[in-house]
Structures are given as structure tokens and as C-alpha cells.
Write a protein that binds this ligand. Structure first.
Ligand code: FES
Length: 139
């Protein structure tokens, strides 16, 4: 079953719908970046991966062992930037829908944080736009 685009909002210290994450150019093409909200062990963590002008956001929790996917802030992709890679046991996921195509989390999805890009800024969509976002996704 595909990842739940509302799951992230149920987590402690989750940002609000519509939150601006920052400039698109903060993320290299084929790479990812972590965004954290709140403090301490319960801080909310998500990440964004970029391909060209397109971005995809995911809650930073691997479906294999319920661990963050990264050790370092920008460690989210494989060597050629074609797939998301979990640093723990190397499961690999598609950018487009978070589906695990290889490794320990096979047939699982990451939970998306729906994003948009406007005027060079990455932003979480407004909740009212979720049906439009869902209709635009590859499933
Ligand atoms: S925790 Fe991600 S592959 Fe095991």
C-alpha cells in the first residue's frame, strides 16, 4: 500500500501545512537534504530529494526498522543520485513515490510529505491542495 501523505502531521513537532522549507538550490541535483523541526529526541525529521526542478518529500523513517534513513544531514541517495538509499541496511526507494525497489524494505513505501515549489522555494502544500497533489502522483 502506498505511503500515507497525512501520516507526518500526526507526529510530534510536525510543521504546519504550508510551511516553507527553503530554497530549491539548497539541494544538489540527485541529492537530498534533511529538515528538522522542534527540539530534542522527539524532533520531527523529514527529507527532500531533488531531480532537476522536481522535488519529493518524505517523513524520515525507514519502513524496515523504523529508523531514520540517514546518519548525516544530506545522506539520502545512492552514488548516482537515482534512488533514495537508507544508510542503515541500504534499502533503496524511488524518488517519485517512495516505493522500495531493492533491499530490506521490499514492497514498502516511505510516507510522503507533499511539497510544491514556487518562486524557487520548497514548501509543504496547503492541506486544501492535498486531493490535487494525490491525483498528480504516480501510483
Ligand atoms: S532501517 Fe532502513 S533498511 Fe533497515
Amino acid at each position: 500500500m502506498a505511503g500515507d501523505p497525512r501520516y507526518w502531521r500526526m507526529r510530534p513537532q510536525a510543521p504546519a501545512w504550508g510551511t516553507v522549507l527553503g530554497p530549491l538550490d539548497d539541494i544538489r541535483d540527485g541529492a537530498g537534504k534533511e529538515y528538522r523541526f522542534g527540539r530534542g529526541k522527539g524532533a520531527f525529521s523529514m527529507f527532500v530529494v531533488r531531480r532537476g526542478q522536481a522535488v519529493w518529500g518524505y517523513f524520515n523513517l525507514c519502513p524496515h526498522f523504523s529508523l531514520p534513513l540517514n546518519y548525516r544531514a544530506e545522506q539520502f541517495t545512492n552514488e548516482d543520485g537515482s534512488l533514495i538509499r537508507c544508510s542503515m541496511h541500504f534499502a533503496e526507494f524511488r524518488f517519485e513515490d517512495g516505493f522500495c525497489v531493492a533491499g530490506a524494505a521490499e514492497d514498502c513505501y516511505l510516507d510522503p510529505v507533499p511539497l510544491t515549489v514556487a518562486d524557487g522555494e520548497i514548501r509543504i502544500i496547503d492541506e486544501a491542495d492535498l486531493p490535487i497533489w494525490e491525483a498528480s502522483q504516480i501510483r
